[in-house]
Write a protein that binds this ligand. Structure first.
Ligand code: ADP
Ligand code: MG
Length: 745
């Protein structure tokens, strides 16, 4: 069954092999046997990038070939500036899109959209229609391209629709390219779309993103014209998302109902070796994983997703992929697609890809760092300070606007990344704390301190990094170090929102950032206009505005250790910032009058749309915790308790045999096994009772019940179960253990 060479290579594997050969049909042990025997999926020779890049995308280059000059000019303008498209051109584009898709073997098309669940949704329609002779012809007009009408009554809508008024529309977003998705079930033309109710209210994550970009563009243009800029191209936000994930062999996952249904382990004693040696981080990527990554990235390239960086992450079994940044709307669609392709490719390679924020207790969880900047074709990246930030006034204004936004709307930023899963990460000393502060780096922080004091001086640059080694070239040091403890960090030419969860859509955070920026830029424009009409010159006006901004908002700037307990106290007591540990505490920010007015005044979400979001996210939180609680009860009762009983039975029968010979066992630990098993089952009963409670005065109290009662009881059950894992005979233990899931690939 198992090759001898493996045994000689690794004592740990040899030990496992002996166990496997000794044990009967124990499914956990069988899983290990299967994995050890498994060779990596055959590695296909990588295709040259030039051959596969965007080969499945109906992008501008493809359209240029397929369309008339005029039609191409019109669609290009729409793609690049969001200008409206006339219906005649839509017809021409639809016909070209259909021909291109048919030539790739496609028979179906789908308006793909992004409901409020963080997931992606699609409904497929055939190009086929039959004529009066019964012959099959294909049809795809401009109006079919522009609008789809899925029933979609089962998508969460937060009371925006009644079930009996289920009409919902999807509408083509021409600014995000259509593409062909190849699956085992053939190829489908995917058309990125928005999703709205019959009454025109947003039911998805794309509409607010597009609106937030428009609001930011409007406000930014105002500020730039006050700064004397005359040629101002439309401004867009950009996003580059770093995605962390875990890979677990499917043989283990199939023996862990918690991993399959909740995406995380609800039980599991810590492995003797975890991540303490930091030997996984940036280490050599395991061969099976490399084969997976190459396959996965080639698929991304075909879909026009610029995968750029990959490496091992901190926890064993954890990895990261980061595509190159793109316009926020396209990046958000690509992020969703990346997660879909990552999960399906992992499956082909015998892995379960875990995007959960905390699949394993005791080792690092997974985040998604959302790198975000603002720019256009005429002024460039407005968050790029250049070499001398003190004399880049536009940069200082935009950076100041971000500082104000995070300070005023910190709780809203916390709310958009709130989920049952992300609560396990935030504030757990591995991910940013649940307090929103801004890290600027030494140089920039001192520039803003000077502004607060009413002066703008020249600053020392980073200086040359000289290692004193002649063979290593000197290079320019960054003006500020990195701060991995900050939830919101300036990283040279962009901000990095580091508290976003690995499974989340990047749209929510992008909407929040664009909208708070729009609000701050509007505030700045008003102040700037007043200062300029007072007769101040431009530099003096900027300093006056930023000085006031700093007086009001500099409390949010923090460059120290965000994990420290001193900061947790000082942030709240001295700085007046909020520490918001759970989703139950975070989501009510959506109801705060200042947040309602922020979204209404910028035109990003109406009060009704915002209220529906609160309802949907609260419901998702409650459902996620209830599913976990049911799993805890089920696994504890039907897997762990029986294993403990079997072990007790083995011990008692051997004890009685021995005692008939006048012998006795000592230190068996049986009393502890009995007491842990009893304690576990009484916590299970308590948890069951807590789950039965349904009479809540409001959604808020229901969420509180989940965070303060159900989560606490789940941990209580787990504590006893994990103790039993350390006592019960390994061969009787039914669930794959941490040391196996994290280390065997
Ligand atoms: P890190 O050093 O933070 O781990 P990575 O290279 O893994 O950096 O990821 C950084 C991400 O930030 C990438 O997706 C990159 O394309 C993106 N990025 C770089 N510059 C910008 C920018 N100006 N705006 C938005 N994203 C950016
Ligand atoms: Mg980063």
């Amino acid at each position: 069954m198992v090759v001898a060479s493996i045994m000689s290579n690794s004592p740990f594997l040899a030990y496992l092999v002996r166990k496997i050969n000794m044990s009967g049909n124990q499914s956990r042990i069988q899983a290990i046997a299967k994995i050890i025997d498994r060779a990596p999926k055959a590695c296909v020779m990588p295709s040259p990038l030039s051959k596969i890049w965007a080969s499945d995308v109906f992008d501008l280059a493809t359209m240029e070939e397929a369309l008339s000059k005029n039609a191409f000019k019109a669609i290009k303008k729409t793609v690049q500036t969001g200008a409206p498209l006339d219906s005649a051109t839509a017809d021409v584009v639809a016909a070209a899109m259909k021909d291109w898709a048919l030539s790739k073997g496609v028979k179906f098309f789908s308006h793909i959209f992004y409901p409020m669940t963080n997931l992606t949704a699609e409904k497929h329609d055939g190009f086929i229609v039959t004529n009066s002779d019964g012959a099959a012809i294909t049809e795809f007009t401009g109006s079919l391209l522009i609008k789809g009408e899925p029933d979609g009554s089962s998508f969460p809508n937060g009371s925006l629709r009644m079930t009996n008024a289920a009409r919902g529309y999807t509408a083509w977003d021409p600014t995000s390219p259509a593409y062909v998705m190849n699956t085992a079930n053939g190829a489908t033309l995917m058309i990125p779309s928005v999703f709205m109710s019959w009454t025109g209210e947003a039911l998805d994550k794309k509409i607010p993103l597009l609106r937030s970009n428009a609001a930011m563009n409007k406000a930014a243009t105002k500020v730039l014209s006050l700064m004397g800029e005359t040629d101002i191209a439309p401004l867009n936000s950009s996003c580059g998302a770093e995605q962390e994930y875990f890979l677990v062999d499917e043989c283990f996952a199939n023996n862990r109902p918690d991993l399959l249904l909740a995406g995380r382990t609800l039980f599991g004693a810590p492995s003797a070796k975890g991540q303490e040696f930091d030997d996984h981080y940036f280490g050599a990527i395991p061969e099976r994983v490399q084969v997976f990554m190459q396959d996965f990235e080639d698929k991304l390239y075909k879909l026009g997703i610029p995968a750029k960086t990959h490496h091992n992450e901190v926890a064993p079994g954890q990895f990261e992929i980061a595509p190159y940044f793109e316009a926020a709307n396209v990046a958000a669609d690509h992020q969703q697609l990346l997660m879909t392709v990552m999960k399906s490719t992992a499956k082909e390679h015998g892995f379960l890809c875990l995007l959960h924020e905390k699949p394993f207790a005791g080792v690092n969880g997974s985040g998604k760092h959302v790198n975000w900047s603002i720019g256009n074709a005429t002024q460039g990246n407005l968050l790029d300070p250049g070499d001398t930030p003190h004399d880049n006034l536009n940069f200082l204004l935009f950076c100041g606007a971000v500082i104000r936004g995070v300070h005023l709307y910190g709780p809203m930023l916390r709310a958009v990344i709130a989920s049952a899963a992300n609560d396990h990460r935030l504030g757990a000393n591995e991910a940013p704390p649940a307090i929103l502060s801004v890290y600027l780096g030494d140089q920039l922080e001192s520039v803003f301190e000077d502004i607060k004091a009413g002066k703008l001086l020249e600053k020392a640059e980073g200086g040359l990094m000289d290692l004193g080694l002649s063979q290593i070239l000197t290079f320019e040091r960054d003006p500020g170090d990195r701060n991995r403890t900050s939830p919101f960090a300036f990283t040279g030419n962009r901000f990095e929102f580091r508290a976003v969860g690995s499974s989340q859509s990047v749209s929510g955070p992008l909407v929040a950032m664009n909208t708070m920026l729009a609000d701050s830029l509007n505030w700045i424009a008003e102040k700037l206009e007043a200062a300029l009409s007072d007769g101040k010159d431009q530099t003096a006006a900027v300093i006056v505005v930023l000085q006031e901004l700093m007086e009001l908002h500099s409390n949010v700037i923090f460059g120290g250790d965000g994990y420290s307990s001193e900061w947790h106290t000082a942030a709240v007591e001295k700085r007046g910032l909020k520490n918001i540990p759970t989703t139950a505490d975070a989501l009510p920010a959506f109801k705060d009058p200042s947040v309602v007015s922020l979204f209404e005044s910028t035109g990003v979400l109406s009060p009704t749309e915002l209220a529906s979001r609160f309802e949907v996210y609260a419901e998702q939180y409650i459902l996620a915790i209830e599913v976990e609680a049911k799993l805890v009860i089920d696994i504890a009762t039907t897997k762990i308790y029986p294993a403990a009983i079997a072990y007790m039975s083995n011990l008692t029968s051997i004890s009685s045999s021995l005692s008939s010979m006048g012998l006795g066992l000592e230190n068996t630990g049986i009393e502890t096994v009995v007491s842990e098993a009893n304690a576990m089952m009484s916590s299970v009963i308590e948890l069951g009772a807590a789950l039965e409670q349904h009479d809540f005065a409001s959604v808020e109290t229901h969420m509180k019940h989940c965070s303060d009662v159900i989560c606490v009881l789940m941990l209580e059950v787990r504590k006893h179960a994990d103790a039993l894992e350390g006592l019960v005979d390994d061969e009787l233990w039914p669930l794959p253990k941490y040391q196996e899931m994290l280390f065997i690939k």
